[in-house]
Write a protein that binds this ligand. Structure first.
Ligand SMILES: Nc1ncnc2c1ncn2[C@@H]1O[C@H](COP(=O)(O)OP(=O)(O)OP(=O)(O)O)[C@@H](O)[C@H]1O
Length: 593
């Protein structure tokens, strides 16, 4: 077929007499055998083209080939009238097409399509993990248009989506069709990869319009900030659909916190933290009715499963018992996964589909990551000031390990004349809301925060994350630095460390390396720390010296001591510093920087 096709192209415009009408294949062979200089050129061309055609066939899928053939046969029909050869050519093509159709039954075509979709899954690093009880995994979607053609999603919703986003992200490609088919799901996808829209779009589609039967969807988030952000996204995607998305503001005011059966039930979607919902359920009679819930989404699932005083596992049991609709769909999303969550999900949602995008618990490759040894606490402050002096590009998020330290750093930086604020759980809700708004609007350039803000919060265009205090775990690291490098944008993350931060240093260095970053070899060769040490550091942050500028006088004293130490070391005398490690580290920091 290829030779015929080529021949037709090369011979375009030439006239053939009847006696030249040999079968095309034979004619080409004859031409090759007795080639004149002119025909040599033709043959050479023919070979070039032949090569190209062959190459394109190799790279295309069988389905694409069939489509190609159909297009070619249509094209050639216009040329056919020009010569008899072309007519016979076209006949032959039609025969071959019919033959192909015979060779490829509809199932085979379907199979080819599946192969193509699987190739796309690999390309987007979508890894589906099959389990015994999970249903058939729906095909991925490649564009948002498919939502209306394949799933009957309303044009209103599709146009809302397309006014926000042009194409689905990998997690959306796979999660949206799964949830549109109302299958339960457990998905793990990198920070900033669009998980929120992945669950909101199917929920908005299924709920369609407001109804007076109370909450039909429940989204559980670890913090109120994240709940409000999810509500905002729901309002944006559900514009003009009139669905009512509610965040519980208060549980103390009886008038404002009655969501019981008798309360009018003018709500559709509830976004909340587990504590609030459990509190309302624990009232007698319960102040919230969840009997009509068809969708339960657990966002940041592994955070909610972290052991705390009010273990979320118990809370979740309470919540799921209250959502007693047997046909509800349960979806769990997170950027990181822990064994605990996997075990819980396997036991409680056995029929879920499980998939992940890219490396599980990996850092986003778009973030340029750096580990910076500062020697001591005062070294950190110097390093931060140095970064400011060199020019910071706001907005910048700075993570510290406690509220006290947030306040200490704030006090230092505000006197440097920086446009800085803090957010932590001791601030009132109004203060927290104002700070988040100020940061979003660019009024605050540097936001100092605790672990509270490490999960889920989507500040547009954060340029830099500074881990002023070393994160308590690799998972915390992934989430903290995931506040930058979101939705395909690049970002930077700098993590300060001192000699007190060795427990997770190796694993974080490995993580940076696997995301394509550079780390010194010695970090990768460190001994791995024990599980006990890792658990301890998660439970209790290391004790650190107060964040404060060391007055010049004190600094001189420290330097004198340092000189004394180095002299006495030279004389092999016991070091003063070895008896006072914090001072030793302070001086080390000064020298380093
Ligand atoms: N299809 C898309 N195309 C472009 N941007 C998108 C798309 N979907 C979502 N986004 C944007 O990507 C950003 C991150 O989305 P989102 O907050 O849902 O991420 P996430 O995966 O939940 O992150 P995290 O794990 O940190 O919670 C948001 O600003 C969102 O508007």
């Amino acid at each position: 077929m290829i030779a015929n096709d080529l021949f037709r192209k090369l011979s375009c415009g030439a006239k053939f007499s009847n006696k030249n009408r040999l079968p095309v294949k034979r004619k080409l062979e004859n031409d090759n055998a007795a080639c004149l200089p002119k025909s040599k050129v033709c043959i050479k061309k023919e070979k070039d083209t032949d090569y190209k055609v062959n190459a394109s066939i190799v790279t295309k899928s069988p389905v694409a080939d069939i489509e190609d053939m159909q297009i070619k046969s249509e094209d050639s029909s216009s040329e056919d009238s020009e010569s008899d050869v072309n007519k016979s050519d076209s006949n032959q093509e039609r025969k071959q097409l019919a033959q192909q159709k015979k060779i490829l039954p509809p199932e085979k075509i379907e199979l080819n399509n599946l192969l193509r979709l699987n190739r796309l899954r690999n390309q987007h690093k979508i890894h589906v993990k099959k389990s015994r009880h999970s249903p058939k995994v729906p095909n991925i979607i490649e564009s948002f248009d498919q939502l209306s053609t394949d799933y009957g999603v309303s044009s209103r919703l599709v146009s809302n989506i397309m006014s926000c986003y042009s194409a689905p992200t990998p997690v959306q490609m796979q999660a949206i069709p799964i949830l549109l088919k109302t299958h339960s799901l457990h998905a793990c996808a990198p920070t900033g990869s669009g998980k929120t829209a992945a669950f909101l779009i199917p929920i908005l589609h299924h709920l369609k319009k407001p109804m007076k039967c109370g909450f039909r969807a429940l989204i559980v988030c670890p913090t109120r900030e994240l709940a409000k952000q999810t509500q905002r996204e729901a309002l944006r995607l559900g514009e003009e659909m009139n669905l009512r998305t509610h965040v519980i503001q208060t549980v103390d005011d009886p008038k404002k916190s009655d969501y019981s059966f008798a309360s009018g039930r003018n709500y559709d979607i509830l976004v909340t933290t587990p504590n609030r919902i459990c509190y309302l359920l624990s009232q007698s009679p319960p102040k919230i009715d969840l009997t009509n819930i068809q969708w339960v989404v657990i966002d940041e699932a592994d955070k909610l499963f972290e052991d705390s005083k009010n273990s979320f596992r118990d809370q979740l049991d309470t919540v799921l018992n209250a959502c007693n609709n047997p046909s509800k769909t349960i979806a769990l999303f997170s950027a990181t996964q822990t064994r605990d969550v996997n075990l819980w999900v396997a036991k409680n949602v056995p029929n879920r589909i499980r998939f992940s995008i890219g490396l599980i618990n990996g850092a986003v490759e778009l973030v340029e990551q750096k580990l910076l040894f500062t020697g001591s606490e005062s070294g950190k402050l110097l390093a931060f000031r140095e970064m400011v002096a060199q020019g910071l590009h706001p907005p910048v998020l700075v993570f510290v390990q406690s509220k006290d330290r947030a306040q200490q750093l704030f006090t230092e930086l505000i006197y440097d004349g920086l446009n800085v604020d803090i957010i932590h759980s001791d601030r009132t809700q109004r203060e927290r809301d104002n700070v988040v708004r100020g940061f979003r609007e660019g009024k605050i350039w540097i936001l100092i925060c605790t672990e509270l803000m490490s999960r889920g919060i989507d500040f547009k265009g954060v340029n830099l994350v500074v881990n002023y205090d070393f994160p308590p775990s690799t998972i915390s690291y992934v989430h903290r630095i995931g506040r930058t490098g979101r939705a395909g944008r690049p970002g930077k993350a700098v993590t300060f460390f001192t000699k007190d931060d060795t427990v997770n240093l190796k694993s974080i260095a490995q993580l940076i390396k696997s995301a394509g970053g550079e780390v010194p070899d010695y970090m990768l060769q460190l001994h791995g720390s024990s599980k006990k040490a890792r658990d301890n550091i998660k439970q209790k942050a290391p004790k650190r010296a107060t964040i404060r500028t060391i007055p010049t006088f004190e600094l001189q004293q420290l330097q004198r001591k340092k000189r004394f130490v180095s002299k006495s070391k030279g004389k092999n005398k016991p070091s003063m510093v070895s008896r006072n490690s914090s001072k030793k580290s302070a001086s080390a920091g000064q020298s380093k920087l």
